[in-house]
Design a protein. Sequence first.
Length: 357
Amino acid sequence: MLVFRQLFDPQSSTYTYLLGDERGGEAVLIDPVFEQVRRDAALIGELGLRLVATLETHVHADHVTGAWLLKRRLGSQIMLAKASGAEGADRYLVEDDVVAFGKRRLMVRATPGHTNGCLTYVLDDRSMAFTGDCLLIRGSGRTDFQQGDPAIMYRSVHDRIFSLPDECLLYPAHDYRGLTATSVAEERRFNPRLGGEIAVGDFAGYMRNLKLAHPKMIDVAVPANLRCGRPENETGLARDPTWAHLHYSFAGLWEIDPHGLEEHVQDVQILDVREPDEFSGPLGHIAGAVLIPLGELAGRLGELKRDRPIVTVCRAGSRSAQAVTILLQNGFTDVANLTGGMLRWRAEAHPVEGGSG
């Protein structure tokens, strides 16, 4: 069974695509974003997949790729077009190359026009294709910088994308209106730049007169992406917390399991955000825990120390997750949620005060 997830970076309006072979456990990521690496790695881990490769549809001008950082974290290979001119990749792709993940395959089609190194990845059964910035939903990528050429893009779309089956779903690298997918038949018929009876001269004239603003990130993103996302100075990278063994969830929270908390119980502040009757009720509470009900937390932040890590606790982990968000919004940094809350803490026979035996 194919695992498929479409992920979004709101800052750059970039789509990242996760494709995995559930049976074999291998996966690839298309167009990862540097700032979203923790999110993507968490999802891959939660789904029980192993990332074998990151794939770029092109050298992006609006964000820095997460390829290098994912390779460092997960051991994945970096793959992108040979024509990209980038350094540091593990594999350089050309027309008709095949990228395998488990028993599934992505077929490589060269679709230049936005940049020389633009690629479209077509799933083995031709049910979906990932078009990068060559073909967007009812639009197309720019052709006014980075080797852009409207005539080349026109041929790429008509010869390499519109030649796919009508029902093939198309997934672009970006969308700025909240649209998520389209199809070959739709774009061939309705794309206002490239569909219907529009000829190459019509398209070239359209693109010459777009007069778009210069991409804000281009001077940072392009040089970094030509290094496959490797920073010039690695000392500036955000580090994972070291005060305990934590894991980052796809929900965007640092979490600690009961065993990890018991190991560090003397080094942290335990913030219990249940109601008083729960704190003294059947589940009991963790020794040394400070009780501040969730509804009172925003007004009682002064009772917490900012120089010691905080672990938030509730019955099952939901209210305490909200407490983490409140703390982070108010400048607390070393904060984690107890996975599973008091239910899991007691189920794993960790010590409690009060409660029923």
